[in-house]
Design a protein. Structure first.
Length: 250
């Protein structure tokens, strides 16, 4: 066990991973989303795809625990459950595709998806139809697939929720609860497929410290009345991470 911990602490690029986890935590804390869009493009610079996703899964599971009580109070657990049902369907297909991808192709896909989804978020485009139970579950299917292939479950949920009359704190609470749930589902699917590896899990546990701190900082500064300002800051950080993660800089 100590040998694995020593390997985790000696991992090349650990400082970059620590910084990326902290910034991702801050964004998650005040925006309720963005962890993968900030962290994965940067992590893919120093880790292979499955390692990067395992790291994020670990700290994204451990870190937000301190934020869940407020998310539960503000959010709508029933809607989160419907999204989770859909994710169960889409997630295995995404994980299968992930196992077939070359690391460089993975970086292109992650950055391209992050930038494309960011453009949709920033442009004001929203899903306008009513979010009944069936449609909510279908959004969960899309989210689960994107989670499996690129660890990006959040944007489909955000795009749908932002078109609704829900208050910012409700959207934030639902998103936080769902992302926590989809992390649990992803661990299960990775375990079934034999993809759980100890070293990135240990690194993820280490990264949970700066991620938790960043999340608490982001939650502390969050003010629902200024939600549009926090969203713009989140967009800028996500864009920087996505562009920095492109293979063209190699």
């Amino acid at each position: 066990m100590m040998g694995i911990l020593s390997q985790a602490l000696a991992y090349d690029g650990l400082m970059l991973l620590l910084a990326a986890a902290f910034v991702a935590g801050v964004v998650r804390g005040f925006a309720g989303f963005g962890t993968a869009m900030v962290f994965i493009p940067m992590a893919a610079l120093v880790a292979e795809p499955i390692y990067a996703i395992l790291m994020m899964m670990t700290f994204d599971f451990l870190g937000p625990i301190a934020l869940l009580p407020r998310a539960w109070r503000d959010g709508e657990p029933r809607d989160v459950g419907l999204l989770g049902i859909g994710a169960i369907i889409g997630l295995p297909f995404g994980v299968y595709l992930l196992t077939q991808l070359d690391p460089v192709i993975f970086r292109w896909i992650v950055s391209a998806l992050a930038i494309s989804l960011l453009i949709l978020l920033a442009s004001g485009w929203r899903y306008r139809n009513p979010l009944n139970a069936l449609m909510t579950s279908f959004i969960g299917v899309i989210s689960g697939f994107l989670c499996g292939v690129a660890a990006l479950p959040g944007p489909p949920v955000i795009l749908s929720y932002m078109s609704s009359p829900r208050r910012p704190e409700v959207i934030r609470g639902n998103t936080m609860m769902y992302l926590f749930l989809v992390d649990i589902l992803t661990f299960i699917v990775f375990g079934i497929k034999g993809l759980l590896v100890l070293i990135p899990l240990f690194i993820g546990a280490i990264l949970s410290i700066p991620y938790t701190i960043g999340g608490l900082v982001g939650q502390w500064v969050f003010d629902p009345a200024k939600e549009h300002i926090y969203r713009r800051v989140a967009y800028a950080i996500i864009l920087f991470s996505a562009v920095a993660g492109l293979p063209i800089w190699d």
